[in-house]
Design a protein around this ligand. Structure first.
Ligand code: CTP
Length: 413
C-alpha cells in the first residue's frame, strides 16, 4: 500500500507546458489511494483542461476565488453570478500535503515574495502542511541566479524541491529543467514521507484479542475482548512507519495496513511462544491482549458428557506473557494494559512494578465508554515514575494515536 493512501493532496498547477503531464500525475495519486484537489492558475488552463483534471480527480477543479454560475436574469438573459467562494484557508488546512507541479519561475518567485494574486498562491500561503514543488522551465531559466535564489528561499521556508530532470525541452533545447516525470514525482513523495515517519525502522510487537483455553474438543474458556484496541494500535503504528507484528488471539477483525505481520494464535501458551519468538528483535512491545489468567489443567480428549449433576474444572495459571517479557527486557520499551474495576491507580502501579513496565494504559470499567466491545476508550497513562495522566473519552483510533505518541516521545527524549 502506498504511503499516499488516504492522504489529502492539493495539487497546484501553474502555467507551463509540463502542465499536460499533471493528468497522469492526478491519475497516479488517485491510484495510490490519495484524495486530490486540483487548483490551477489561470495560465495553466491553456495547457491542460480543467475538465480532464476534474474527471480524473473526481472533484471540481478550482482556479478562481469565486465560482461563477450563469443564471437567467429578469429578462431571461443569462447573467453571471458569484455562486460560491473557494476558501483558500480551508483548502490549505484540508491538505496533508501540497505540491506545485509544474512550478514555473513566475509562480516560484511569487511564492517567495508572498504575492497572492491567484487561488493557488493564496492556498500556498495558507497551507500548514508540507509543501513540495516540481520546477519546470527552460535550462537557462533553471540555472538563472534569480531562480536559484527562489529555490533557496523556498527551501528556507521548509518547502521541498523535486528537482527537474534533464532531457529535451519545449524550446527545442536539451538540458536540465524538465519537470520530473509523474512516476518520479510520486516515488519522490513516497520516499520523502516514508523517510520522515517518526517510527520508521522501529519494530513494534502488539498483542491483541482474547485467548481461548480449551476444556475439551468443543469448549473453551474465553472472554469478551474483540481485539479492537490492539488492531487500532497496529494500524496506527504501521501508518507511522513502524514494522508491526500483531499477535492476536481469536478475533474477526482484520488490519487495514498490508505491511503488518499478523500472527494468529488461540491459547495463552501459543501467544506466549509467538511473543518470545519476536521479542529479541523488538523495540517496543504493547500488550493489549486480554490473556486468560487460568486454563484447564487437563484438556478432555473427548467431548465431556453431562452425566454429573454438578461439575468442576481444575484450573492452572497461564504464563503471564507481559511479566515474562519484563523479566528479559533489555532496551525494549514495554507497555502494558491494566483493566481494573476498583483501586485502579494503586493496582496499576503494582502491575508496573511487578511486570517491569515503562508505561501502563489503565482502563477502568467504572468509566462509561471504556473497555470491551465499545468503539471508544477512556484511559489513564501511568509511567514508571508513577506520573499519572488521565485522558478524555476518545475513539479507540485516537487512543491508539495517544499511545503511539508516548512511544514517539520516548525516542525523542
Ligand atoms: N497479560 C499477559 N499475560 C497474561 C495476563 C495478562 O501478557 N497471562 C497482560 C495483558 O495483556 C495486559 C496486562 O498483562 O497488558 C495486565 O492484564 P490484566 O488482566 O489487567 O492484569 P493481570 O496481570 O491479569 O492481573 P489481574 O487479572 O489480577 O488484575
Amino acid at each position: 500500500m502506498s504511503v499516499l493512501s488516504g492522504k489529502k493532496i492539493v495539487l497546484g498547477i501553474s502555467g507551463g507546458i509540463a502542465a499536460y503531464k499533471t493528468a497522469t500525475l492526478v491519475r497516479l495519486f488517485i491510484k495510490a489511494g490519495a484524495e486530490v484537489q486540483v487548483i490551477m492558475t489561470p495560465a495553466s488552463k491553456d495547457f491542460v483542461t480543467p475538465l480532464t483534471l476534474s474527471t480524473l480527480s473526481k472533484k471540481p477543479v478550482f482556479s478562481t476565488f469565486y465560482n461563477e454560475e450563469e443564471v437567467p436574469g429578469q429578462d431571461g438573459i443569462l447573467v453571471k453570478q458569484n455562486a460560491s467562494w473557494n476558501n483558500h484557508v480551508e483548502l490549505g488546512l484540508w491538505a496533508d500535503l501540497m505540491i506545485i507541479a509544474p512550478a514555473t519561475a513566475n509562480t516560484l518567485s511569487k511564492m517567495v515574495n508572498g504575492t497572492c494574486d491567484n487561488l493557488l498562491l493564496a492556498t500556498y500561503l495558507s497551507a500548514k502542511c508540507p509543501v513540495y514543488f516540481a520546477p519546470a522551465m527552460d535550462l537557462d531559466m533553471y540555472k538563472h541566479p534569480s531562480t536559484i535564489a527562489s529555490f533557496n528561499a523556498l527551501h528556507a521556508f521548509g518547502n521541498t524541491i523535486i528537482p527537474a530532470e534533464s532531457g529535451e525541452l519545449a524550446s527545442g533545447l536539451s538540458g536540465e529543467g524538465r519537470m520530473a516525470e509523474p512516476e518520479n514525482i510520486v516515488a519522490f513523495l513516497e520516499n520523502d514521507i516514508l523517510g520522515k515517519l517518526p517510527l520508521r525502522g522501529k519494530k513494534i510487537m502488539i498483542t491483541a484479542g482474547p485467548t481461548y483455553e480449551a476444556i475439551d474438543p468443543v469448549r473453551f474458556i474465553g472472554n469478551h475482548s474483540s481485539g479492537r484496541m490492539g488492531f487500532e494500535i497496529a494500524d496506527e503504528a504501521a501508518k507511522l512507519g513502524a514494522n508491526v507484528v500483531l499477535i492476536t488471539g481469536p478475533s474477526h477483525l482484520n488490519v487495514s495496513h498490508k505491511s503488518i505481520e499478523v500472527v494468529r494464535v488461540v491459547s495463552a501458551q501459543e501467544m506466549y511462544e509467538a511473543c518470545h519468538a519476536h521479542f529479541n528483535t523488538t523495540d517496543v512491545a504493547i500488550a493489549a491482549a486480554a490473556v486468560a489468567d487460568y486454563r484447564p489443567k487437563n484438556i478432555a480428549l473427548q467431548k465431556i458428557k453431562k452425566s454429573e449433576s454438578s461439575f468442576s474444572i481444575a484450573l492452572e495459571k497461564t504464563n503471564d506473557i507481559l511479566a515474562s517479557l519484563g523479566q528479559i527486557k533489555k532496551n525494549q520499551f514495554l507497555i502494558g494494559f491494566a483493566l481494573e474495576t476498583e483501586n485502579e491507580i494503586e493496582n496499576a502501579k503494582l502491575k508496573i512494578q511487578k511486570k517491569n513496565l515503562d508505561l501502563i494504559v489503565l482502563n477502568s470499567l467504572q468509566d462509561e465508554g471504556a473497555g470491551f466491545g465499545t468503539a471508544t476508550n477512556k484511559i489513564t497513562f501511568i509511567d514508571a515514575n508513577f506520573t499519572i495522566e488521565p485522558m478524555d473519552l476518545k475513539s479507540k483510533e485516537m487512543v491508539a494515536q495517544d499511545i503511539l505518541n508516548k512511544v514517539i516521545a520516548h525516542y525523542n527524549d
